[in-house]
Design a protein around this ligand. Structure first.
Ligand SMILES: *[C@@H]1O[C@H](CO)[C@@H](O)[C@H](O)[C@H]1NC(C)=O
Ligand SMILES: *[C@@H]1O[C@H](CO)[C@@H](O)[C@H](O)[C@H]1NC(C)=O
Length: 452
């Protein structure tokens, strides 16, 4: 954590200052708020909802949503289909506080096994030891096919048993990722279900199976990322026919997932793309309107905590300086994106908090275009998962994408070939999405920042 220590030290000062007076855009009231209720000069404490009052610059007028009209449709950045292990959920009443606090992340045995095998294949002793240490870093488990759901029960039972023997409450971190006509704006992560072939019913069955496993272990907490790329594609990619066709089904299926998972106490974060996608100022308000509507349509459950950003992407949480590819977007990293989006969500009635994937964000300024997402060359593992985020809006830095699992194949003859995976900034040759990419993993290890 060395190179980030200074940053955290700086950011850590902010809450201390805020206890005297909250900063511009800082929280200044709301249910369970114990900090300052006054704002620095030049801003006014404004109630956005029962849970959140905020220091709005100027008078008490609500924050104006977007600034200048900038580039709208950024290329949708699709994610890859990773594989991993599961989690479980609690039955207890949701708390307004951070679900990552007071729990120990359960380590995915699936990913740990992949990492151990990868380390065993490395001859250099120093690199081997660093590689092996990745197995101890909490990483989400992706349920990207219905056939993997049975494993969730195994992981939950294991987590329950660890919880019993250590007395430490366990949290299983999962990704729900099996929509029909999945990944509608790209090809690499096409899923198993199609809308034309009973996709909605198949998806409901997939969710029902997840819920059945989670129900059996009410004492183990489960935190879930909901459907990477899906709702973001509905914000910017309805010009893609497959996305337009999928719109109604995506909304219906995500609504079902949110409600069913909330009913068994799963804390949920809907995927919200990243700064270079929905973070363009012209996309912020349409995105906030969609997420808030989805939240309300699912009953505004407090288990629907908020949004996940940068899943499987490469953006810094807080960049030292803007990457040249972000030119023109004031929201050039995830913290700027989140600070811009959160107030608009609150205005729309969704008091969302965030989690941010930093698993592969250790190295910056690697891409030719901001929309490039596939196996970016020279990437390194990033900031370790922590609740010490320096932001009131961010519940935790997380590792959602299991580093080493491929984003997509570079083989142009494959049916799942996406040309993004053959761009000059994409590492090649690359195997199929979700399968192990040893050379890529070794680079992530050797270029980790902070170092492993
Ligand atoms: C955990 O402890 C509870 C009782 O406290 C018990 O009912 C349950 O069977 C235990 N589970 C495991 C997996 O050890
Ligand atoms: C590329 O994909 C084609 C079609 O699936 C396959 O036959 C071929 O062996 C693959 N090439 C490589 C180098 O993997």
């Amino acid at each position: 954590m060395k190179s980030f220590a200074a940053l955290y030290a700086l950011v850590a000062l902010l809450p201390a200052l805020a206890s005297a007076q909250s900063a511009e855009w800082g929280q200044c009231g709301g249910i369970d708020w114990t900090g300052s209720t006054s704002c620095v000069a030049g801003s006014t404490c404004t109630k956005l909802n029962d849970y959140y009052s905020q220091c709005i610059p100027g008078t008490a007028a609500p924050p104006s949503s977007s600034n200048t009209p900038p580039p709208t449709s950024q290329p949708g950045s699709p994610t890859s289909a990773p594989t991993s292990a599961p989690t479980s959920a609690p039955t207890s009443a949701p708390s307004a506080s951070n679900p990552f606090v007071g729990v120990t992340p359960y380590l995915s045995p699936y990913y740990a096994n992949e990492v151990q095998q990868a380390a065993a294949a490395i001859s250099d002793a120093t690199l081997k030891a660093k590689a092996a240490s990745v197995a101890n870093i909490p990483t989400f488990t992706w349920f990207d096919t219905v056939s993997k759901v049975a494993d969730l029960g195994t992981y939950l039972a294991d987590a329950q048993s660890i919880q019993n023997s250590t007395g430490q409450k366990q949290v299983v971190q999962i990704v729900v990722y099996d929509l029909p006509d999945r990944d509608c704006a790209a090809k690499a992560s096409n899923g198993e279900f199609s809308i034309a072939n009973n996709g909605q019913a198949n998806y409901y069955n997939y969710i029902d199976q997840l819920v059945a496993q989670i129900k059996k272990f009410p004492d183990v907490r489960v935190i879930a990322v909901i459907e990477p790329d899906s709702l973001a594609n509905l914000v910017t990619n309805l010009n893609v026919q497959k996305c337009a066709n999928a719109q109604t089904t995506y909304l219906t299926c995500v609504n079902y997932a949110l409600k069913q998972l909330a009913s068994v106490g799963v804390y949920q974060y809907m995927d919200a793309g990243h700064a270079g996608w929905l973070g363009w100022p012209a996309n912020l308000t349409p995105a906030a309107q969609l997420f808030a509507q989805v939240f309300k349509d699912a009953g505004s459950s407090p288990f629907i905590k908020g949004l996940a950003t940068n899943v499987a992407n490469y953006n810094a949480l807080s960049a030292a300086s803007p990457d040249p590819i972000t030119q023109g977007n004031a929201n050039y990293d995830e913290i700027h994106y989140i600070n811009a989006l959160a107030p608009v969500l609150q205005q729309q009635g969704f008091p969302a908090t965030f989690i941010v994937d930093q698993g592969r964000s250790g190295q910056q300024n690697l891409r030719q275009q901001w929309g490039d997402w596939c196996n970016i060359k020279n990437a390194g593992f990033g900031t370790r998962p922590t609740t010490n985020t320096g932001s009131q809006f961010i519940d935790s830095i997380v590792w959602v994408k299991p580093g080493g699992e491929c984003d997509g194949t570079s083989n142009s003859s494959s049916p799942r070939f996406d040309s993004t995976c053959a761009l000059s900034d994409a590492d090649q040759p690359a195997p199929e999405a979700g399968t192990w990419f040893q050379e890529y993993f070794q680079t992530l290890v050797s270029r980790a920042n902070p170092p492993l």
